[in-house]
Design a protein. Structure first.
Length: 280
């Protein structure tokens, strides 16, 4: 049945902040109550990390590759969070019957989804740090940061672009329902391969690496590796300055795409009432 209520959005900064905090808090608390994430977000990336490290050592690969693997394994936590948590968030909210409440609430869906993204980012960063610390202790990886502020800016822009992408995918998952789950299954392994989680993306030819750069982690990891492993700068895909510019463009693009896809989803929900219906 179509929703007849006319929705008025309050764009005030206070309401926006309250909505962000209100949706970020459950994500932070929930990760502490459900410890299954220890297996999926730490144990599985750790096992992949160990496997790749020993393969590279058996092949007598340059020592920088060990650092690439450790760093890439930590970053997989973000991709897993985007693909299986952030992207599917609104879908599960619909299944739980909460999405209709979000649609008719005075808070914008962008604020609600931004809060979910913020909570997911914070908890995922803790998991990534755990993987990074364990990898450093086991394999004695050494880092030489050439520019702290450049490294900080790369990380921030990568996360903004990545979670903007996650918010956009959240709307698409909701609009396409079960078909999106098949796409998610198909995306996980290819993205981890072509984005260069365990080796420099420059190993591919230019056009494959350029196509893979639509995933923000591709350029983000490449720039971070250049900034923390100076001897490996020769293995970089593009210069750090170019990759920073590209990450800035991706951030704007994905945030704008998330905003417009959410607006379209809201209009469909209000007009037809189908988006908020649960699947039987």
């Amino acid at each position: 049945m179509a929703l007849q209520t006319k929705v008025t959005r309050n764009s005030g900064a206070r309401l926006f902040l309250q909505s962000v905090v209100g949706r970020a808090y459950p994500r932070l608390v929930g990760t502490q109550r459900d410890l299954s994430w220890l297996f999926f977000d730490i144990v599985l990336p750790f096992l992949s990390m160990v496997g790749y490290v020993y393969i590279y050592r058996a092949l007598k690969a340059p020592e920088e590759y060990i650092g690439f693997v450790v760093l890439g394994s930590a970053m997989t936590a973000y991709w897993i969070n985007i693909l299986w948590s952030m992207s599917s968030q609104l879908y599960w909210e619909k299944e739980n019957g909460n999405l209709a409440l979000y649609v008719i609430s005075p808070a914008s869906l962008m604020a609600i989804l931004f809060g979910m993204a913020s909570g997911g980012l914070f908890s995922t960063t803790i998991r990534a740090l755990v993987i990074l610390v364990i990898g450093n202790l086991l394999f004695h990886v050494s880092y030489t940061i050439t520019s702290f502020w450049a490294l900080f800016l790369v990380f921030v822009l990568t996360m903004v672009a990545l979670y903007g992408m996650g918010m956009m995918l959240s709307s698409l998952f909701l609009l396409f329902n079960r078909e999106a789950w098949h796409s998610a299954n198909l995306l996980q392994a290819p993205v981890m391969l072509f984005s260069g989680f365990y080796f420099p993306v420059s190993a591919f030819n230019f056009w494959i690496a350029a196509a893979a750069s639509i995933i923000p982690l591709t350029l983000g990891m490449d720039a971070i590796r250049q900034l923390v492993f100076p001897s490996a700068a020769r293995l970089g895909f593009l210069s750090v300055a170019v990759e920073l510019t590209a990450l800035g463009i991706l951030s704007i693009f994905f945030l704008a795409a998330a905003f417009f896809s959410l607006r379209r989803m809201e209009r469909l929900a209000i007009k037809y009432g189908r988006i908020t219906d649960r699947l039987d």
